[in-house]
Design a protein around this ligand. Sequence first.
Ligand code: DQA
Length: 148
Amino acid sequence: MNIHIINGPNLNLLGVRQPEIYGHETLGDIEKKMRQRFEPTGVALHFFQSNSEGGIIDALHAARYAHNADAVVINPGAYTHYSIAIRDAISAIQIPVVEVHLSNIHAREPFREGSVVAAVCRGRIEGLGWRGYLLAVEYLRDILEPKS
Ligand code: DQA
């Protein structure tokens, strides 16, 4: 099983960026925790971060068409709230995509409440910090696992 984890703008600054909102873990810390948890179970994880919309779109296309990924976990950062191009890329790849947000976007500024990608994602996890990524992969592993 091959799952891609895509993070958008400013998430490279996790750990130093508003830790009271986003937590103290860096993106590297999160990657390490995820690899420790899932790699022994046979799930291959691929991590990608970009501060640009095009970089995220290319990564979505590559996940499906170059790497044959089974699923994607995406935190599009602020693009969540307005990128129709990322929404279209999620629709185009036709594999399960789970939207994750570290913070509870409904408990913050009103402009964060809307997500233009939510409707084309399988589901969304928000407000649970770095553990949201872990729960998203747990879910995907469960639905993708061949059942005997
Ligand atoms: C975020 C929430 C967004 O509103 C914000 O722009 C981010 C991070 C989150 O993970 O809580 O960059 O996606």
